[in-house]
Ligand binder design. Structure first.
Ligand code: MF3
Ligand code: CO
Length: 290
């Protein structure tokens, strides 16, 4: 940590004196670090101004997903969902973050049944009664990023698939309950993992959540297969996603060799994912996007 005088301006940009701003915060982090914990760097701590701007981005992300929720049904192609997302995002003055991100060709990820994530919208994928689909929306608004996803059941789905979708949502809710200032990310991830395991499911290890707000993907990496007592300290002002990928069968997966994006379960069994964007606050958390 840099040396900063008690009467100097705080590193957070508030304009307040350090001793009246993040001084105690830094002391608390230092103590936790001395106890052996991993602590966030200052650039992971969002300022109140940044938080306000990220919230505006989050509101658009929520509205786009609400639009999808109202219109998705059997017979719709995933390309149509992509068109909705592009239109609903750009008409609000925002940009779909996935479009051209590391070469991703579309505005949204649409992952159906055994697709774990990064499904590419296509005219050829027509939603059928009984399908489950994750629609993962990410928005850039005035340079600030938001990211959340929801599952949709198309018509009547099997009770096994319905349960997978419901338990995965519960996993995220349990994760949220475990977002506590000065708590550990590893405890949060462990609670998520346990709920999936208790229901007979597996959680993908290699792909997880991430810091978000000033960039699409920031540190830290957020795992949902973690050991209690480990992981980075959650400090007020940190912002990250909770987005476990929960599989009915094996947690093993493969990447489409041709497009190098789309990810599928090895055993062809279904996978579900819900994603929220959360801010750590002084007394808990605040939802930024869902
Ligand atoms: N939205 C995904 C996430 O939750 C990232 C997708 S990257 C993309 O992190 F390029 F496929 F959009
Ligand atoms: Co994400």
């Amino acid at each position: 940590m840099e040396t900063i005088g008690r009467n100097d301006a705080c590193w957070c940009g508030s304009g307040k004196k350090y001793k009246k701003c993040h001084c105690q915060f830094d002391e608390k982090l230092k103590e936790l670090q001395q106890e052996g914990h991993i602590i966030p760097s200052h650039d992971m701590i969002k300022t109140p101004e940044q938080i306000e701007k990220i919230k505006e981005s989050g509101k658009i992300n929520i509205a786009v997903l609400d639009y999808v929720a109202e219109h998705i049904k059997a017979g719709v192609t995933t390309q149509q969902i992509d068109d909705w997302v592009y239109e609903q995002t750009t008409s609000r003055g925002a940009i779909p973050a996935p479009l051209n991100y590391e070469g991703f060709p579309k505005s949204v990820c649409t992952s159906v049944n055994d697709q774990v994530c990064h499904g590419i919208p296509s005219e050829d994928v027509v939603l059928q009664e009984g399908d489950i689909i994750n629609v993962d929306v990410s928005t850039i608004y005035h340079g600030y990023f938001s990211d959340s996803s929801r599952m949709f059941c198309i018509g009547e789905v099997s009770k096994e698939k319905k349960k997978l979708v419901d338990v995965t949502k519960e996993c995220v809710e349990i994760g949220l309950k475990n977002v506590k200032p000065w708590g550990l990310l590893g405890d949060m991830g462990h609670a998520v993992h346990m709920h999936a395991v208790e229901n007979g499911y597996t959680v993908v290890k290699e792909i997880g959540g991430h810091g978000v707000g000033l960039q699409f993907h920031e540190d830290p990496y957020v795992s949902y297969v973690s050991e209690p007592g480990t992981g980075m300290v959650m400090a007020p002002g940190m912002m990250f996603t909770i987005e476990p990928m929960v599989n009915m069968g094996t947690d093993e997966f493969y990447v489409d060799e041709v497009d190098e994006w789309q990810i599928y379960t090895d055993d062809g069994q279904p996978s579900a994912q819900w994603e929220v964007q959360v801010l750590v606050t002084e007394d808990g958390y605040e939802l930024i996007a869902y």
